[in-house]
Design a protein around this ligand. Sequence first.
Ligand code: SF4
Ligand code: SF4
Length: 148
Amino acid sequence: MIDPRKLHVLVSGRPAEVSPIAPLPTPEGCVYTPPNADGSRKICGNCTLWAQVDLRCLLHGPLQVDQDMVCGYHVYGEPQEHQDAITLTMQPLTTAQSGLGPVSGGVSCDTCRYFDHGKCIAIADPTTGRAPANVEALGCCARWTALT
Ligand code: SF4
Ligand code: SF4
């Protein structure tokens, strides 16, 4: 298959222009998740991938993961008791990949610096391709950034 940028050079004799500014991600592109069913904020202690007896995460292998931490892969649900044999042998996520770190009281859009009255200025509305996008106060995404 012909690379369209090479085709452009063949046709016009100069390289195609590439915008230096990347578009904002949509909610799906930054793993936006709706509020937890019980109205709590997102934290390892209410993530179904957390092994509460072993203090491990099913995605992070040997790293100790405490209740008051969180990462961008949070999945709301009942925590597990133990890390199982499958997750011990899989290639684990690193903290740099997942954003794993300590949080106080969990994370949600209404504690994020990009939240403003039900809107987020850091992600694009899927219908317009531009910010802001509608989000829920207790939703969250991988771009969460603490208020300063
Ligand atoms: S590190 Fe992420 S995926 Fe693992 S238990 Fe915590 S929130 Fe869930
Ligand atoms: S307000 Fe923050 S956590 Fe919520 S969608 Fe926007 S960037 Fe993500």
